[in-house]
Design a protein around this ligand. Structure first.
Ligand code: OOG
Ligand code: NI
Length: 428
């Protein structure tokens, strides 16, 4: 039996292998990342592993995929469940400074032990085709019909996935087939793209064209985790790679890193084949896939997150320095971040809980940074309901609240600690 966590590791590895062949710049990025991580660990051996072992960080990736409908979301949820990944967090990227016609969740392991084994996560977006601020009625109908006709997930793939989640794994004979079929879903299509259709959608939003302008979906980006993102940014720039103009998320600061910082570079143009009305096929370049890198910090409580939300619009790093204590102890005492605790002899050891999720402002920034055109967004038109409950209805499973997962982890470590203290007390 190949357990789900092993299936997930294999899936992450085959997907990365495929993506590295499709987008060679990704391989450069992972090489630089590994080098930066090695140097950082040599330089700061005491703190390098506070937010995850070097082994975990070295293997850690997230990937982003985009789907065309809630039906496609339901099927991808089945596939990810077979890999031990559940939906966590709800992100409405229409509700940002640069509105994107998608709502998103992230599929990832939720159990701390599973995260330690392999924390692979997939940021998964769904096109909000019913939102009339982006799509008029006629276009909405045509997009829905187009998407409903394509089949991203084969019956075999869904059957293997259901079996893996029911049994906690698959026999070796099926494991390879399942992982390969799951990887294939996200392979870049080679069929010619209908040029007029793609253009019509791109006029609404390049993201809409990327999602619904072609018969298949694909990995949009695959992101390694780096321990020093400022250094990585410099190194990539020195190599002549044009990065987006900033690192998304909290500014660089002294002390415990907070939440998540991300940056990306624009993908080189990718040649795709387009079919025109007169039947001719041309090769044209599209820029939709890019490279991204992230550094992860401590998970903030709601109180901490409120401060983050207030400050995120402000680039002034002095405000951040003042607002958040620099030490883990200070963050804990102020109730701003999550920790686990355990007993080590007479001492209680406090360990930070890593932020495993995403940030709407950063995600919108990552989307927007790679768009050439401003979308045809009509703010006055009525929107459409694509709330968390709609996503939950589609996948027939809860979308976990990240804060609750972190709090539960903290609480259970406290409960264990209290039990341990209690057991040590001599009986009366
Ligand atoms: C997803 C963008 C969000 C992140 O790291 O915040 C994301 C996308 O471009 O499809 O991946
Ligand atoms: Ni990303």
């Amino acid at each position: 039996m190949v357990e789900t966590c092993e299936l997930r590791s294999r899936f992450a590895a085959t997907l990365a292998f495929m993506y590295g062949r499709e987008v060679p710049a990704y391989t450069t990025l992972t090489e630089v990342t590994q080098d930066v991580n090695r140097r950082h660990a040599d330089r700061y051996p005491d703190i390098a592993e506070r937010l995850g072992s070097l082994e975990r960080v070295g293997a850690e990736r997230h990937c982003a995929v985009r789907l065309g409908s809630l039906d496609e979301l339901r099927e991808v949820a089945v596939v990810f469940a077979g890999l031990g990944m559940s939906a966590v967090g709800y992100y409405d990227l229409r509700q940002t400074d640069s509105p994107i016609p998608v709502v998103s969740t992230a599929f990832r392991p939720v159990d701390p032990e599973e995260l330690e084994r392999n924390p692979f996560r997939v940021f998964t977006s769904v096109l909000t085709v019913g939102d009339s601020r982006f799509f008029d009625n006629d276009l909405r109908r045509r997009v829905a019909t187009y998407v409903a006709r394509r089949r991203l997930f084969s019956p075999d793939l869904l059957r293997w996935a259901r079996r893996a989640s029911a049994d906690g794994g698959l026999p070796e004979s099926e494991a390879g087939l399942f992982v390969d079929a799951a990887t294939d879903v996200f392979r870049l299509g080679t069929e010619p793209i209908d040029a007029a259709w793609y253009r019509e959608l791109a006029a609404v939003s390049p993201v809409a064209a990327d999602i619904a302008g072609q018969a298949s979906t694909h990995v949009n980006h695959l992101t390694p985790r780096v321990l020093d993102i400022d250094e990585l940014y410099r190194r990539m720039t020195d190599r002549g790679v044009t990065m987006i103009d900033r690192i998304q998320g909290p500014p660089k600061r002294t002390g415990t890193p907070l939440l998540l910082r991300q940056t990306s570079f624009r993908a080189l143009n990718e040649a795709r084949r387009f079919r025109h009305a007169d039947g001719t096929i041309t090769r044209e370049h599209v820029r939709v896939r890019f490279g991204e890198v992230e550094s992860r910090g401590i998970a903030l409580t709601r109180a901490g997150r409120d401060i983050y939300d207030r400050l995120i619009g402000e680039p002034d790093s002095a405000r951040w320095e003042e607002a958040f204590p620099h030490t883990e102890q200070g963050l804990d005492e102020a109730g701003l971040a999550y920790f686990t605790y355990r007993r080590d002899g007479e001492r209680t050891v406090r360990m930070p809980i890593v932020y495993e999720d995403f940030l709407p402002a950063s995600a919108a920034g990552i989307f927007a940074s790679n768009l050439d055109a401003v979308p045809g967004f009509v703010p006055a038109a009525p929107g459409a309901q694509y709330g968390q409950d709609q996503l939950e209805g589609a996948i027939e499973r809860p979308v976990h609240d990240p804060f609750e997962l972190y709090r539960a982890q903290q609480d259970s470590s406290l409960a264990r600690l209290n039990r341990a203290c209690h057991d040590e007390r001599p009986l009366p």
